[in-house]
Design a protein around this ligand. Structure first.
Ligand code: SF4
Ligand code: SF4
Ligand code: FES
Length: 259
């Protein structure tokens, strides 16, 4: 039997304990993954016991309280705190989601907070997204046209054609879906994954784009597209309620129709 073991320096150890002062009735424990690239130490899980009486209701509010009151070294990304920038994506209570839209009260017991899975970690809860952005760039995510636009105005679209982009344009590139996809875990260097493929479909489906043929040609690849085995983790986890698995299936159907 094959035995898979983590290298010694990857094993996650128990970390430090922190406790905030204040109300003893309204407290919550947070078990947070920590990794410091400047030390030779293994990653660890620190335990923060926080009085949440004066913190906002979301996990992101608690992380900000922890950083402000207990441990300024805790590192995470956030910007909009409204579920529109995608930067606070992380694994909370075993599910990839946005810290700013996840209620503390939705989790019973201690809240486990880890970075998005199967990505290199820069520090603590900050994943390295360089690779996935390179893949995003590879699908050329912009409107491509060949014909001249004779009208002295932007290229227009009928309301019906515009509706075809519903469920696509709302994607905030948080990558919760790609990092929950087993196919992406194992072949993330070659398989584009659900987030990038949903974006690819967003341009193919755009009635104004005139490069669908080239786009489909480039995607017709056993690794880039066909590593999707319709496991549906992506759709289940998307915090914006989008359906990347459907977008992938639309690309496959379109390729089938042209062959
Ligand atoms: S449906 Fe495809 S993209 Fe989505 S999780 Fe499954 S394999 Fe990954
Ligand atoms: S499809 Fe959903 S989970 Fe995936 S990147 Fe877009 S918003 Fe995030
Ligand atoms: S901070 Fe922007 S999505 Fe959470």
């Amino acid at each position: 039997m094959v035995e898979l073991l983590l290298p010694k320096n990857s094993k996650v150890k128990n970390g430090k304990n922190f406790k905030s002062k204040g109300n003893n009735k309204n407290r919550k424990k947070f078990l947070i993954y920590r990794y410091d690239p400047d030390s030779n130490d293994n990653p660890r899980v620190d335990n923060y016991d926080l009085d949440i009486s004066n913190s906002g209701p979301m996990v992101l509010d608690a992380l900000i309280s922890i950083k402000n009151k207990l441990d300024p070294t805790l590192t995470f990304r956030r910007s909009c705190r409204e579920g529109v920038c995608g930067s606070c994506a992380m694994n909370i209570d075993g599910t990839n989601t946005l810290a700013c839209t996840k209620y503390i009260s939705d989790v019973k017991g201690p809240i486990k907070v880890y970075p998005l899975p199967h990505m290199p970690v820069i520090k603590d809860l900050v994943p390295d997204l360089k690779g996935i952005y390179k893949q995003y760039n590879s699908i050329e995510p912009w409107l491509k046209t060949k014909t001249a636009n004779n009208e002295d105005r932007e290229r227009i679209q009928s309301p019906k054609d515009r509706e075809d982009l519903d469920g696509l344009y709302e994607c905030i590139m948080c990558f919760c879906c790609s990092t929950s996809c087993p196919s992406y875990w194992w072949n993330g260097d070659k398989y584009l994954g659900p987030a990038v493929l949903l974006q690819a479909w967003r341009w193919i489906a755009d009635s104004r784009d005139e490069a669908s043929e080239e786009r489909l040609e480039k995607l017709q690849d056993s690794f880039k597209l066909y590593r999707c085995h319709t496991i549906m983790n992506c759709t289940k986890t998307c915090p914006k309620g989008l359906n990347p698995a459907k977008a992938i299936s639309n690309i496959k159907k379109k390729i089938l129709a042209r062959n």
